[in-house]
Design a protein around this ligand. Structure first.
Ligand code: ADP
Ligand code: MG
Ligand code: MG
Ligand code: MG
Length: 401
C-alpha cells in the first residue's frame, strides 16, 4: 500500500514494470507525461526495443482551471476504472484494456492507444472514419441498454447505481453546462465580439424553460450508466477502430446525454469547418459527411437498441406494453437532440471550449463559426420536444450554416 501522492516519471516506470506480461525482463523503459494537466496525469511508458507500451492515468486531488484550483475527489479514478471495465464487457474492443487499478494512488494502468488519434484532431484535419457510426452506435446501444432497467436485473441496477453516484463531477456538469451559460457567471469565457449572443442566452425565456427541463432530467433520471463526458476528445479513432476513453464523469443519468454529446461535438466541428476545409467544395462535402454521420449514428443506435429490446428485454411489461418502445425511442431522440444543443452552447460561452472553434486563427472567421454553433445549439434546445426524427438536427445545421 502506498500513500497518495502524484507520481514522478521514474515511479510511473517502476509501477508499469510490475504489470505482468507486458515488458521483457530488464527492459529500458522511457516515460513521458502526455496529459493536459488540468485534472489528471497521463504517463506514457514505453520500451523502445520491444515497442511495447502502457498508459498510467492518475487523478490529481484538484482541478486547475484558468489559474484557479478547486479540490476534486480522487474517487473519480475508481469510477473511471470501473466504468472502463464495465464498458469493455458490454462493448468489447471499444475501450482500452485495463491492466490495473490502484485505489491508494488513484490510478489506472491501461492499454496504450497511441496508434489511434483523438477524433477531434482527426475531424480538424477533415479525415473520414467510415466505421465510426457503426462502432459508436454499438457502444451507445450496448452500454446504455444493458445498464438500464430494460437490460439488467432491476435490483442489481440500483445497487450498481450506488457505485456511480459521482456528485462532484455531476456538479461540474450541472453548473458548467446547464447553468452558467444562461446567466452572468465568472466561469463563463467568451470573446467580447459575441457579447450580444451571451446577452441573448441570458434573456431567452423559451430557452431557459427547455434547459431547465433537460437539467431536471440530468439531476433526477437514473436511466442507465452513462459515460458522462462523451465528446470527440474522449474518443480515439483510426479508420478501422474506435476506442472510448475517459469515463470519469460516469453516473446513472439520462441516456440522451451521451448520445447528444457525440452529436453536439460533430456539429461543433461542422461549424468550425468554416476554417478547417480548404475550399468551398471540400467544405460542402465534409459537412455532408458530418451530417451523414450524425444521421447514421442515430439510425444505427435506434436499430441496435430496439433489437436488444426485442431479444434481451428483462422487463415483462416493457416487452408487452403496446407502443411503449416507440414512445421510449422518441423520447430518447428528443433528449439526445436537446443535450446536443446544450453541449454546443456551453462550448462557445462557457468555461471549457473546443479546439474545433478556438483554434481558428482568424478572429472574424472564428466569430462566424461561434455564431453558427450557437444558432444550431439554440435550435436543438428549443425544438427538442417537437422533434420527430434525426432530420430535425440535420435541418437545423443546414439552416444555420
Ligand atoms: P483527462 O480526464 O485529463 O481529460 P484523458 O483520459 O482524456 O484525461 O487523457 C488525456 C490525454 O492523454 C488524451 O487526450 C490522450 O492524448 C492521452 N491518453 C489518455 N489515455 C490514453 C491511452 N489509453 N492511450 C494513449 N493516450 C492516451
Ligand atoms: Mg483533458
Ligand atoms: Mg479527457
Ligand atoms: Mg476526463
Amino acid at each position: 500500500m502506498s500513500e497518495y501522492h502524484p507520481l514522478t516519471e521514474s515511479e510511473a516506470i517502476e509501477l508499469a514494470r510490475r504489470i505482468e506480461g507486458v515488458f521483457p525482463q530488464g527492459a529500458e523503459l522511457t516515460c513521458r507525461e502526455i496529459g493536459d494537466g488540468n485534472l489528471n496525469l497521463v504517463f506514457h511508458i514505453r520500451d523502445e526495443q520491444s515497442g511495447r507500451s502502457l498508459i498510467v492515468k492518475q487523478a490529481l486531488p484538484y482541478a486547475k482551471v484558468v489559474g484557479e484550483s478547486w479540490p476534486l475527489t480522487l474517487d473519480r479514478s475508481r469510477i473511471e476504472s470501473e466504468a472502463l471495465i464495465q464498458e469493455g464487457r458490454l462493448a468489447p474492443g471499444l475501450v482500452p484494456k485495463v491492466y490495473k487499478y490502484d485505489p491508494d494512488l488513484a490510478l489506472t494502468v491501461m492499454e496504450d492507444l497511441s496508434d489511434h488519434i483523438i477524433m477531434r484532431s482527426g475531424l480538424m484535419q477533415c479525415r473520414r472514419y467510415p466505421l465510426f457510426a457503426d462502432h459508436i452506435s454499438t457502444f451507445l446501444a450496448n452500454t446504455l441498454f444493458f445498464t438500464s432497467d430494460l437490460g439488467m436485473n432491476q435490483q442489481e441496477k440500483k445497487v450498481q447505481a450506488g457505485r456511480f453516484i459521482n456528485p462532484e463531477l455531476c456538479k461540474i456538469t450541472e453548473d458548467l453546462i446547464f447553468d452558467d451559460p444562461y446567466t452572468v457567471s465568472s466561469n463563463n469565457n467568451y470573446d467580447a465580439a459575441i457579447e450580444d449572443e451571451a446577452e441573448a442566452l441570458r434573456t431567452d425565456e423559451k430557452l431557459h424553460f427547455e434547459v431547465a427541463l433537460l437539467r431536471e432530467k440530468f439531476l433526477t433520471q437514473g436511466q442507465a450508466l452513462l459515460h458522462g463526458d462523451l465528446h470527440t476528445g474522449s474518443i480515439f479513432v483510426r479508420e478501422d477502430s474506435t476506442k472510448v476513453i475517459d469515463p470519469e464523469f460516469a453516473y446513472y443519468g439520462p441516456m440522451g446525454f451521451d448520445i447528444g454529446a457525440v452529436i453536439g461535438n460533430l456539429l461543433l466541428n461542422y461549424a468550425g469547418q468554416l476554417h478547417w476545409s480548404a475550399d468551398e467544395a471540400s467544405r460542402t462535402s465534409y459537412r455532408e459527411y458530418l451530417l451523414e454521420t450524425v444521421k447514421s449514428i442515430w439510425t444505427q443506435f435506434d436499430r441496435k437498441f430496439r433489437a436488444h429490446w426485442n431479444e434481451k428485454n428483462v422487463d415483462r411489461l416493457a416487452a408487452r406494453a403496446a407502443g411503449y418502445q416507440d414512445d421510449y425511442m422518441r423520447r430518447l431522440l428528443q433528449d439526445s437532440i436537446g443535450y446536443a444543443g446544450c453541449k454546443m452552447v456551453r462550448r462557445i460561452v462557457g468555461l471549457a471550449h473546443v479546439a474545433d472553434i478556438d483554434r481558428i486563427p482568424d478572429a472574424a472567421v472564428r466569430e462566424k463559426a461561434q455564431r453558427i454553433a450557437l444558432r444550431i445549439g439554440k435550435a436543438l434546445i428549443k425544438g427538442n420536444r417537437g422533434a420527430e426524427s434525426i432530420d430535425f438536427a440535420i435541418d437545423a445545421a443546414r439552416e444555420a450554416a
